[in-house]
Write a protein that binds this ligand. Structure first.
Ligand code: SAM
Ligand code: SF4
Length: 537
């Protein structure tokens, strides 16, 4: 697709309207959000359509009084609206819950009068949001902190915030160890970020805020149009974890499990949908044990919450992660059969294929229970995609145990797997276990497991060749010449389409299955309208 692009500054509240209006004219333009905070949108014109679309923009300005100003084509956009506001940058490591926390922190800072910087060099407030689930992640946290500390030394008026799981784990000691750090911010203290940053700026007082107390932590933030222009949005529905798997640091650094009220979750979902988000991902360390029994309306468990959300107008797709096999109830499995918007994909970590190792891991289910859950899921939804986490080299894992893991992978035939070498985490039960597996052996097992999964993923993706699937269009593909999106089963699909718009669900035919993506041919041009265009917006 030979296209031209121009960038416009609009009002945040108008992004969705401008996008749907411009994109509803037969594929003449695709509108992407270049910077949602600064309400910069990029209009990508189909070949030969630039003049027509520019006329439409002029009409929107004249007849509807919208503010749509083109950014200078020379040099970086000039920021008049946010001139003078101190800028912040957030660097995020780790899981999707950390991404949610970083978005939450950004929104708190924006509400307090800060503006996002596109480069940490331009920021007065630097936030490093860290992960400590494995040793490698912790190293990355400290090397990123090292780079940000160097920026702080160049300009000591900057505020440096070290946040997330590593901050929670190391606490106040970090202030001594890193004189550049102003704020050590624990995992449950994210909502306090703006007041703490202001305090440091006013009084230059360094602080460690790492309490893990539970009540009223996350508020439902809404009305700031933060997600305008995005196709997907996430909601953390519960914090913390009670499971204490023997290898895992999460319960220590994220505290005990606490569910958010269904009212808050629904309000956040409605806000996302109002901003044009089409797919919602619910997040938690073990969403299957979500439970709320305060207030009117009776107790709400996870399957009841899914049913509440599935009915929301404008929702195209609903997903969740992560599930725990011991808490995956029959009621939840039924949702895969009954709910119209729940995607046919489940991420169900199994961690190990041997009952002996599962017991040492304190996972509280057996291999047989896991396989039974998969069987029931596939009965409820025959095309359900199953992905999982698995670990190799847990203390005491013998070759025979490992072969049971390989056997489980062959039996289930996962769509894909996240596989890790076990890594000792200080303070967890497993760190004190003996019979540690040699590092080289762990590496060899990991490679063997990954080679097996690679061949299964490839075979499964190749088996899709010739099949018609629905794809939610997310934007341009990595190389930029095609569009990209995901199937309900969460598989990445690339395809060419001149009339498809970001946020559409379109029908495509898979032409080639690769290990990490699918190539497809768009069927909408030949079959008429996009599948759900009438629902869009
Ligand atoms: N709550 C989720 C669950 O129960 O599966 C995931 C939590 S954890 C952040 C993500 C994955 O990291 C786990 O599923 C596990 O495979 C892996 N993991 C956790 N602790 C680990 C450790 N000490 N060493 C290696 N991998 C680990
Ligand atoms: Fe960690 Fe287990 Fe909790 Fe998952 S369920 S976060 S692996 S303790």
């Amino acid at each position: 697709m030979e296209t031209t692009r121009r960038t416009f500054r609009v009002k945040r509240k108008d992004i969705h309207y401008i996008r749907t209006t411009l994109e509803s004219y037969d594929g003449m333009a695709v509108v992407g959000t270049r910077d949602p905070y600064r309400a910069l949108v990029e209009v990508c014109f189909a070949p030969g359509c630039e003049t027509q679309v520019m006329n439409l923009i002029r009409d929107l300005k004249r007849t509807e009084g919208l503010s749509i100003k083109e950014e200078s084509r020379k040099g970086p956009p000039v920021d008049r609206e946010e001139a003078g506001r101190p800028r912040f940058a957030v660097l995020t490591m780790g899981c999707q819950m950390n991404v949610y926390d970083s978005d939450y922190a950004s929104r708190c800072l924006i509400r307090a009068g800060y503006a996002p910087a596109s480069d940490p060099e331009d920021a007065k407030v630097l936030v490093v949001n860290t992960c400590s689930v494995r040793e490698k992640a912790e190293h990355k946290a400290f090397s990123t902190l090292g780079r940000m500390a160097a920026l702080k030394r160049r300009d000591p008026t900057r505020v440096l915030v070290f946040a997330g799981c590593v901050a929670q784990q190391e606490g106040e000691a970090l202030l001594k160890r890193f004189p550049e750090v102003d704020i050590v911010l624990g995992t449950r203290r994210i909502p306090h970020i703006a007041e703490l940053v202001n305090r440091v700026r006013e009084k230059r007082e360094r602080v460690a805020s790492v309490e893990l107390e539970s009540a009223g932590l996350l508020r439902a933030l809404s009305g700031d149009h933060y997600f305008s222009g995005r196709v997907q949005g996430s909601i953390t529905i519960m914090q913390g974890c009670n499971n204490f798997c023997s290898y895992c640091i999460v319960p220590y650094v994220r505290g005990r499990e606490q569910s958010r009220s269904p009212v808050q979750v629904v309000a956040e979902a409605e806000d996302l949908l109002e901003q044009g988000v089409r797919e919602i991902m619910l997040l938690g360390q073990n969403v299957n044990s979500y439970f709320w029994d305060e207030g009117p309306g009776g107790p709400v468990d996870f399957s009841a919450l899914l049913r509440l959300l599935d009915d929301l107008p404008g929702l195209a797709r609903l997903r969740f992660t992560t599930s725990h096999p011991k808490d995956l109830s029959d009621a939840l499995i039924r949702c895969f059969h009954e709910l119209g918007h729940l995607c046919g994909h489940i991420h169900l970590p199994f961690q190990a294929g041997s009952d002996r190792i599962l017991k040492r891991m304190n996972r509280r289910y057996t291999r047989e229970h896991y396989l039974d859950r998969i069987r029931l899921l596939r009965e409820a939804r025959p095309d359900v995609a199953v992905t999982a986490d698995v670990m190799v080299g847990f203390p005491g894992e013998t070759r025979k145990d490992f072969e049971e893991t390989l056997d489980l992978v062959r039996t289930v035939r996962f769509d894909s797997l996240y596989s890790f070498k076990y890594s000792d985490r200080k303070g967890t039960a497993a760190a004190a276990f003996d019979e540690k597996v040699d590092e080289q052996e762990k590496r060899a097992r990991l490679m063997e497991l990954q080679a097996l999964q690679h061949s299964i993923t490839l075979e499964k993706n190749q088996a899709l060749e010739g099949r018609e699937v629905e794809v939610l269009v997310e934007g341009a593909s990595k190389k930029g010449e095609q569009l990209t999106g995901r199937t309900e089963c969460n598989k990445v699909v690339n395809f060419v389409c001149n009339s498809c718009k970001i946020g559409d669900i379109v029908k495509v035919r898979i032409s080639k299955g690769y290990a990490h993506s699918l190539q497809a041919v768009d069927l909408t041009d030949s079959e008429g309208a996009h599948m759900d265009h009438a629902h869009y917006g």
